[in-house]
Design a protein around this ligand. Structure first.
Ligand code: TYM
Length: 322
C-alpha cells in the first residue's frame, strides 16, 4: 500500500497542519510505503518570492523531520525534484472539465482573501491530482479542507481510466481523521494562515504562549460561574495536547465554576508547549547537522523519480505518447 501526502511551504507550520496531516502521516509510516513531499510548485500559486520559497522549503523539511518523519522508512522529497509531475498534470488537464475547477472552494476562498487569481491557482487541483496519481497512491492523509481536492483527484483518475482504459492510474482514498479533521484557531474558526489565527509548532516560547493568553477567544462568563463546554475553543485545543485524564479534569473544572479563563489558558499554554518539547529537541539536532536535510531530500528525490518514471511510462503509453 502506498501512502502519500504533501504540505505547502508557505511559512510557519501550525498546529492544524500537525494534527491534520503530519501526525497521521508519521503514524502511517509503518503501514505501507510512505511518500511525503514539500509542495513547492503549489506554493508559487500564492507567493512569488524566490528567497522566501528557498527558506520555507528548508524550514518545512526540518520541521517535518523533527515531527517524526523517518527518512529510513518514508520517501521525503521536494515536489519540484520530479518535474515530470507537470507532464501528468497536462495529461489530466485534457480530461478536466472547466466546470470542475470552477467549483473549487479553495480557489474561491483564496480569491476572496485577495490573492490574484492566476492560471496556476485555478489549475491547482489538477497539479495536486498529478502529485497523487504519479505515485500510484492508495491513501492520502489530509485535513478536511483538502477533501474537495481529493474528490477532484478521484474524478480525474476516473475520467482518465474511462478514456484510456482501466488501470491507467490508481484511484486513491482520502484519510481524514474525524477528531482532527478541522483544528480550530484562536478565534474558533478553522486554523489557517489566511485567518491569522494560527498557533505555531515551532515558535518562541513567550510569543507563542502569548497568542493563547491574549488572542484566544472566550466569553464573558464571570469567574465563579460554570463555563460552557460546548464549542469551547480552549477545550477543543486542550484535547489535542492533554492526556484523557487531564482533559476530563479540565471539563470538570469548567462545569464546577470558580476558575477564570486566565487559569484555563495557562493550563492550555503549558500543555501545548510541553507537547512539542521532544520535537523541539529533535529540531535542534537536525539543525546542528548541516548536510543532513539536503542529503535526505536528495535521496528521496532519487527514489521518487524511480517510482514516477514507471507510472508515467504506463500513462504515456496508454494515451498514445509513445
Ligand atoms: P496545506 O499546506 O495548506 O496544509 C497541509 C495539511 O494540513 C492540513 N490542515 C489542517 N488540518 C486540520 N485542521 C486545520 N485547521 C488544518 N489546516 C491545514 C491540510 O488539510 C493539509 O493536509 N493542497 C495541499 C498540499 C498538497 C497536497 C498534495 C496534499 C499539494 N499536493 C497532494 C496531499 C496530496 C495544501 O495546500 O495543504
Amino acid at each position: 500500500m502506498r501512502i502519500l501526502t504533501g504540505l505547502q511551504p508557505s511559512g510557519k507550520l501550525h498546529v492544524g497542519n500537525y494534527f491534520g496531516a503530519m501526525q497521521p502521516a508519521v503514524q502511517l509510516q509503518d503501514k505501507g510505503e510512505a511518500f511525503y513531499f514539500i509542495a513547492d510548485y503549489h506554493a508559487m500559486t500564492s507567493s512569488q518570492d524566490p528567497a522566501a520559497l528557498r527558506e520555507n522549503v528548508r524550514e518545512l523539511a526540518i520541521d517535518f523531520l523533527a515531527c517524526g518523519l523517518d527518512p529510513e522508512r518514508a520517501v521525503f522529497f521536494r515536489q519540484s525534484a520530479v518535474p515530470e509531475v507537470n507532464e501528468l498534470a497536462w495529461i489530466l488537464s485534457t480530461v478536466c472539465p472547466f466546470s470542475l475547477l470552477e467549483k473549487g472552494h479553495s480557489y474561491k476562498d483564496k480569491v476572496a482573501n485577495g490573492i490574484a487569481p492566476n492560471h496556476a491557482l485555478f489549475a491547482y487541483p489538477v497539479l495536486m491530482a498529478a502529485d497523487i496519481l504519479l505515485y500510484d497512491s492508495n491513501q492520502v492523509p489530509v485535513g478536511k479542507d483538502q477533501k474537495q481536492h481529493l474528490e477532484m483527484t478521484r474524478d480525474l483518475a476516473g475520467k482518465l481510466n474511462e478514456t484510456y482504459g482501466e488501470g491507467t492510474v490508481v484511484v486513491p482514498e482520502p484519510i481524514i481523521r474525524e477528531d482532527t479533521a478541522v483544528v480550530v484557531g484562536t478565534d474558533g474558526r478553522k486554523m489557517s494562515k489566511s485567518y491569522h489565527n494560527t498557533l505555531p509548532i515551532f515558535g518562541e516560547e513567550k510569543p507563542s504562549k502569548k497568542i493563547i493568553m491574549k488572542d484566544l477567544v472566550t466569553d464573558s462568563t464571570p469567574l465563579e460561574e460554570p463555563k460552557p463546554v460546548e464549542d469551547s475553543t480552549i477545550l477543543a485545543l486542550y484535547k489535542l495536547f492533554a492526556s484523557e485524564a487531564d482533559y476530563n479534569q479540565m471539563v470538570a473544572d469548567h462545569l464546577s465554576g470558580g476558575f477564570g479563563y486566565g487559569h484555563f489558558k495557562t493550563r492550555l499554554a503549558d500543555a501545548y508547549w510541553d507537547f512539542f518539547a521532544p520535537m523541539r529537541a529533535r529540531r535542534e539536532e537536525i539543525i546542528a547537522d548541516p548536510g543532513y536535510v539536503d542529503a535526505v531530500l536528495k535521496r528521496g528525490a532519487e527514489r521518487a523519480r524511480e517510482e514516477s518514471a514507471k507510472v508515467l511510462a504506463r500513462v504515456r503509453k496508454a494515451v498514445g505518447l509513445v
